[in-house]
Design a protein around this ligand. Structure first.
Ligand code: XLS
Ligand code: NI
Ligand code: NI
Length: 441
């Protein structure tokens, strides 16, 4: 069911439906068929696609060299509350036209921040009530909420890691308000992305204090939300840099180590973003696999970077080969724990038609759908799993098995190796594995 406000913003675009790959309709899904089963679950259940409020309804295409190029019709009113309601109308229209179930937001995406914290809180309450009503009129849900503790200049030296306690308290207040709003909207999860939690220069930075403070903020935020009855999962979103030169949640492995060091591993999992993975010199699938290894694969921010530069360009996903490799990890690890796939992606600065945002999301959803279908075939119809398993079959019996179960000492390994012939070469078969992906795409 399409939900519009008084005014229809995306005129001329109706509900986007699955029409299959033979369809010539650019405003139809070719692969994303929400009700189709993939390894026992529907695509809708696997993915839980979400729209990122900030990119689709707030970001106007400004870059360091020039102002925004988009003029959104919902921004026309001078009254911040009216603008916020119009924006919410546009959001629900886009989400329901795309047939998605979720959105993700920062507090200040929903309504403009005022200079006064308490006035901002009042605005958040009002827009929260308005959006709650719209949620009742539709099936749209909140995948996660978060506090934007990085745009306001007050956070230039960090939020929870700011050397000034006054700013740390201000961040805490904002996080409390964002948690209240997320809970009021029935949010299923809550995200912490540490945009300014890191440093520009180590010379003026006390890392020990900053890491302790960051952990303290996460703990008390968790305690507060749990005390209010919040049952969802908290996610840390790793990113190595941008805006800071060095961010504390550098990558999945770093964030996992941090969560464990501070005893936060029970309540927190990870939200893995493709472009953050590549900024950290990893692949998307690497970050998924590392998170899954610790049982912390919580959610995904879907986008892509650009191979020719090192920025967080947040483009929509189109690389089927890359996403297929990711979906192999995704399916083998049993999917996401609590989260979904949030298109944390933006259309290009010169994509200025209202329908461009539809093409972007259709492409993203179809890329994931095509990739998961391919991954399912690879796992169920090819030699892939067997080939990989066979590489490790020396651990299935004998000394290899004893080693795995902890029965061998270093001296035992010395004995075994000195009494055996030198191991023979065994091919890793990488090119064969790579071709299996191509065969099933
Ligand atoms: C920025 C992050 C941000 C988080 C939410 O690079 O991806 O958008 O997802 O604060
Ligand atoms: Ni990002
Ligand atoms: Ni993100």
């Amino acid at each position: 069911m399409i939900v519009t406000g008084d005014k229809e913003f995306y005129k001329g675009v109706g509900k986007v439906n699955y029409e299959g790959k033979e369809s010539d309709n650019p405003l139809a899904y070719k692969y994303y068929n929400p009700d189709q089963l993939v390894m026992g679950k529907t695509m809708r259940e696997h993915f839980k696609f979400a729209i990122a409020y900030w990119h689709s309804f707030c970001g106007q295409g400004a870059d360091p060299f020039g102002p925004g190029t988009q003029k959104f019709p919902w921004d026309e009113s001078n009254d911040p509350m009216q603008r916020a309601r119009n924006k919410a109308d546009a959001a629900f229209e886009l989400i329901t036209k795309l047939g998605f179930d979720y959105f993700c937001f920062h507090d200040v995406d929903l309504v403009d921040e005022s200079d006064n914290l308490i006035e901002t809180e009042k605005r958040l309450h009002k827009i929260g009530d308005y959006i709650s009503q719209k949620k009742k009129d539709s099936d749209v849900k909140v995948l996660w909420g978060t506090a934007n503790c990085f745009s306001n200049p007050i956070y230039m030296n960090g939020a929870a890691t700011n050397p000034d306690f006054g700013v740390v308290a201000r961040a805490g207040a904002q996080i409390k308000m964002a948690l209240d709003l997320t809970m009021a909207l029935g949010g299923e999860n809550y995200v912490f992305w540490g945009g300014r939690e890191g440093y520009m220069s180590l010379l003026n930075t006390n890392i020990n204090k900053e890491l302790d403070h960051m952990a303290k903020m996460l703990s008390i935020a968790r305690d507060y939300a749990r005390g209010q009855g919040f049952k969802g999962t908290f996610f840390i979103e790793p990113k190595p840099m941008e805006p800071m030169k060095h961010q504390y949640d550098f990558d999945a492995a770093t964030a996992i180590g941090f969560l464990r060091a501070y005893g936060l591993q029970k309540d927190f999992k990870l939200n893995i973003e493709v472009n953050h993975a590549t900024l950290a010199q990893h692949s998307f699938e690497h970050e998924l696999a590392i998170a899954a290894h610790s049982g912390m694969l919580g959610s995904i921010d879907a986008n892509r970077g650009d191979n020719q530069n090192g920025w967080d360009t947040d483009q929509f996903p189109i690389n089927i080969y890359e996403v297929t490799e990711a979906m192999l990890v995704f399916l083998q690890s049993g999917g996401l724990q609590g989260g979904g796939i949030n298109f944390d992606a933006k259309i290009r600065r010169n994509s200025t038609d209202l329908d461009d945002i539809f093409h972007a999301h259709i492409g993203g959803a179809d890329t994931f759908a095509r990739a998961i279908l391919t991954a399912e075939k690879i796992l169920t119809q090819s030699e892939f799993l067997k080939l990989r398993k066979d590489r490790y079959n020396s651990f299935d019996s004998g000394s290899g098995k004893q080693f795995e179960s902890g029965k061998l000492t270093l001296e035992n390994l010395y004995e075994i190796a000195s009494n055996s012939k030198s191991p023979k070469k065994i091919s890793g078969k990488q090119e064969l594995f790579e071709n299996i992906i191509n065969q099933f795409i």
